[in-house]
Write a protein that binds this ligand. Structure first.
Ligand code: GDP
Length: 595
C-alpha cells in the first residue's frame, strides 16, 4: 500500500483567476522547476511535499502535517467542465477542489454552478478568495504568506478585507455551507476554509497549499491508498490525434500500475473496446523538449497518480470521461465497465425527457440533477442535438406533453434538427451552466403545471347556491323563468340545480340581465334565469334556496386538489351541499373532507 498525491481541480467563475492561480502554484514559486521537483504530467502537474514544505516552512509545522502524502497533483485544465468530464465510478476524479472567487466581485453564476457540482459529487474544497492585491490601499508583498502580508496592511484595509470575506461566508451559507477564514476555523470537518490570496503576487498561496495538504491528510488518506502492483485504473481526459503516433488518449491513472502491452478496456459510445497499450508517453522535461523537439518520452510503466498519453490501436471512438481499466480477470473488468455504461446510458425510463451533453461527466451531472428532481429521462447521450433526437422527443411529447423537452448541455443543435424543432412545439433548453438549464426547465414545468391546474379548476363545477326571489316567477315551465339572486359561488348555464332535500329541479338554460345574456353569474347578482325541465310551483317555490348539483367526481377533485382555492362562503356552501347528499347516500363523495 502506498499513498498517492491527492488530485486537485480548480473551479470558479470566468476571469476570477483560475489560470493565473494554477500558473503561480505550478511554477513561479520555484525558480528552477526541475530542482523544485515539480513533475509535469500529461494534463497535470505534481508538486512534491518537500517543495511545499520548503515554501510553507513554519506554517506547515503549525498544522502538524506529516510526510504521508507525497504531494499535490493539480489538474492543468481548470473549470467545472473539466471537473465533471474527469469522472470516475461513483464520483469525480478530483479528490479535492479549490473554488476561486474574485474577492472584489463575489459570487457569480459559475461560482454557484461550481459549488452545486462540488456538492453533488461530495468533493471537499477550500475557497481561494482571490485578487486581494486589488483591494483599495492593499500593499503587496509578493510571495509572502497571507498572515504576514495582512499584518502589514492599514487597519482600514484589513477591515475592508474582512468585510468582503464575510460577504463570501454569507453566500456560502445560502448554499448550505458553513465557512470561515482559514485561521479562525474551529472544525475542518464542518467548516469550509476561505484563504485570501493573490494569484498575481502569490500572497496567501503558502497557506492555500498548506490547507490543501492538511485537508487531504485529515480526510482523504484512505481514498488515496493505492495498490502499487494492481492493474491500473484511470480516466480518459481527451482523445487526440498526434503526428507520428496516430490516435492517442490522454489519461489520468489514479490507481495501480500501467505497463506497455497491458490489455485495457475503454468505453465507446454504447459498447466497450479492448485494446493493447502500444506505448506510454510522458511529457519530456522542458530542457530536452527544446533540444530534440520531441515532446514525449516513452516509459515502460507508470504508477498512480500519473497523467500519461497512451497510444494503442482503435482509439478513434473512445469517449472522453471513459473509464480505463487494465484487464486481469477479464470478465470481471468487462462486466464492471459494461455496468458503468449501463448506469449512465440506461438510467432511463420508457418515457421522459431527452438529455444531450458534451461529455460523459457532464451528462452524468445533468442526469443526476434531473433524477433528484424526479424528472423521468427517456434517453441521455453524448453529442449534438440531431434529427433523430427531435423525433424521439416528439414521440415522448405525444405520450406526455411535459416530456416534449430536450435538455442540451454544452452541445450544438444541427441546422436540420433546428429547422425541424421550429416546426414542433417541443421545448429546447440549451446552455452551458447546468444549474441554469435545470432551473429553467423546472420553472417551465411549474408554469405548465399551474396552467393545467387553472384549466382544470375552471372546468370544474364548484359549490353555488341561489334563491328564487319572491313574486318574480315570469313563466311556469318549458322553461320556467324566474328572478333569482346568487347567494354563494358562481353559476353557469348547463349546471343542474337541486333543492334543499337533494331533489333534482332542472338545468340552467340561460341567464339574462337587462336584455343581455350572461355566461356566468356570481354572488350578489340578481337576474332572470330560465330553468329547463322544471315547473315552478311543483319543483320549486318562491323563496326557495337551490344548490348547484356538483357531480361526485368534481366534488372529489375539488376536495383533494382545490380546497384551498375556495373562500369561506364557498366552503360553507360545500358543507351544506354534502350534508344534503349524504342524507340519501351515506357514502357520497367519500372519502374526503367531511368523513
Ligand atoms: P480564469 O478565467 O479564471 O482562468 O482567469 P485568469 O487567470 O485568466 O485571470 C483573469 C484576469 O485576472 C487576468 O487578466 C489575470 O491577470 C487577472 N488576475 C488573476 N488573478 C489576479 C490577482 O490575484 N490579482 C490581480 N490583480 N489580477 C489577477
Amino acid at each position: 500500500m502506498k499513498i498517492r498525491s491527492p488530485i486537485i481541480s480548480v473551479l470558479g467563475h470566468v476571469d476570477h483567476g483560475k489560470t493565473t492561480l494554477l500558473d503561480y502554484i505550478r511554477g513561479s514559486t520555484v525558480a528552477d522547476r526541475e530542482a523544485g521537483g515539480i513533475t509535469q504530467h500529461i494534463g497535470a502537474t505534481e508538486i512534491p511535499i518537500s517543495t511545499i514544505k520548503d515554501i510553507c516552512g513554519n506554517f506547515i509545522s503549525k498544522l502538524s502535517i506529516k510526510d504521508t502524502i507525497p504531494g499535490l497533483f493539480f489538474i492543468d485544465t481548470p473549470g467545472h467542465a473539466a471537473f465533471t468530464s474527469l469522472r470516475k465510478r461513483g464520483g469525480a476524479l478530483a479528490d479535492l477542489a479549490i473554488l476561486i472567487v474574485d474577492i472584489n466581485e463575489g459570487f457569480k453564476p459559475q461560482t454557484i454552478e461550481a459549488i452545486n457540482i462540488l456538492k453533488m459529487y461530495k468533493t471537499p474544497f477550500v475557497v481561494a478568495a482571490n485578487k486581494i492585491d486589488k483591494i483599495f490601499g492593499w500593499e503587496s508583498h509578493p510571495g509572502n504568506s497571507f498572515t504576514q502580508s495582512f499584518q502589514e496592511q492599514a487597519p482600514s484595509v484589513q477591515q475592508d478585507l474582512n468585510q468582503k470575506l464575510y460577504e463570501l461566508v454569507g453566500e456560502l451559507h445560502k448554499l448550505g455551507f458553513q465557512s470561515e477564514r482559514f485561521d479562525r476555523i474551529s472544525s475542518y470537518a464542518s467548516q469550509i476554509s476561505i484563504i485570501p490570496v493573490s494569484a498575481s503576487t502569490g500572497e496567501g498561496i503558502i497557506e492555500l497549499n498548506a490547507m490543501l495538504l492538511g485537508l487531504a491528510q485529515e480526510y482523504l488518506t484512505q481514498q488515496l491508498e493505492i495498490h502499487e502492483n494492481a492493474p491500473a485504473k484511470g480516466t480518459v481526459l481527451e482523445v487526440k490525434e498526434e503526428t507520428g503516433l496516430g490516435m492517442t488518449i490522454d489519461t489520468i491513472i489514479y490507481d495501480g500500475v500501467l505497463r506497455t502491452n497491458d490489455e485495457i478496456v475503454l468505453m465507446l459510445k454504447n459498447e466497450i473496446l479492448t485494446t493493447n497499450v502500444r506505448s506510454i508517453l510522458k511529457p519530456n522535461p522542458l530542457e530536452e523538449m527544446r533540444d530534440s523537439k520531441k515532446r514525449f518520452q516513452k516509459v515502460d510503466e507508470i504508477v498512480a497518480a500519473a497523467g500519461v498519453k497512451i497510444a494503442a490501436p482503435n482509439l478513434e471512438d473512445v469517449v472522453s470521461g471513459s473509464p480505463l481499466r487494465v484487464i486481469n480477470d477479464e470478465e470481471d473488468v468487462k462486466k464492471e465497465i459494461l455496468k458503468e455504461i449501463e448506469d449512465i446510458t440506461i438510467d432511463t425510463e420508457e418515457n421522459g425527457v431527452l438529455v444531450k451533453a458534451d461529455t460523459l461527466g457532464s451528462l452524468e451531472a445533468v442526469v443526476n440533477i434531473l433524477n433528484q428532481e424526479k424528472i423521468p429521462i427517456r434517453s441521455a447521450d453524448i453529442g449534438d442535438v440531431n434529427k433523430k433526437d427531435v423525433i424521439k422527443a416528439s414521440i415522448s411529447q405525444k405520450e406526455d406533453p411535459d416530456h416534449g423537452v430536450i435538455i442540451a448541455f454544452n452541445v450544438d443543435v444541427h441546422p436540420k434538427a433546428r429547422r425541424e424543432l421550429e416546426e414542433t412545439s417541443l421545448k429546447l433548453f440549451q446552455g452551458n451552466v447546468i444549474y441554469k438549464l435545470t432551473e429553467d426547465h423546472h420553472d417551465w414545468l411549474e408554469e405548465r403545471k399551474s396552467a393545467v391546474k387553472k384549466h382544470l379548476l375552471d372546468s370544474l363545477i364548484k359549490p353555488a347556491k341561489i334563491m328564487i326571489l319572491p313574486k318574480l316567477i315570469f313563466r311556469q315551465s318549458k322553461p320556467a323563468i324566474c328572478g333569482i339572486e346568487v347567494l354563494n359561488g358562481t353559476v353557469k348555464p348547463g349546471y343542474i340545480l337541486m333543492d334543499e332535500n337533494g331533489n333534482k329541479v332542472g338545468s340552467i338554460a340561460s341567464m339574462e340581465d337587462k336584455g343581455e345574456t350572461l355566461p356566468s353569474m356570481s354572488r350578489g347578482q340578481q337576474v332572470a334565469m330560465a330553468i329547463n325541465d322544471a315547473i315552478a310551483g311543483k319543483d320549486f317555490e318562491e323563496g326557495d334556496s337551490l344548490y348547484v348539483d356538483i357531480p361526485e367526481k368534481h366534488f372529489k377533485v375539488i376536495e383533494r386538489k382545490f380546497k384551498d382555492k375556495l373562500n369561506d362562503d364557498e366552503l360553507a356552501c360545500l358543507e351544506e351541499f354534502v350534508r344534503i347528499k349524504r342524507k340519501d347516500d351515506f357514502e357520497w363523495g367519500k372519502f374526503g373532507l367531511f368523513e
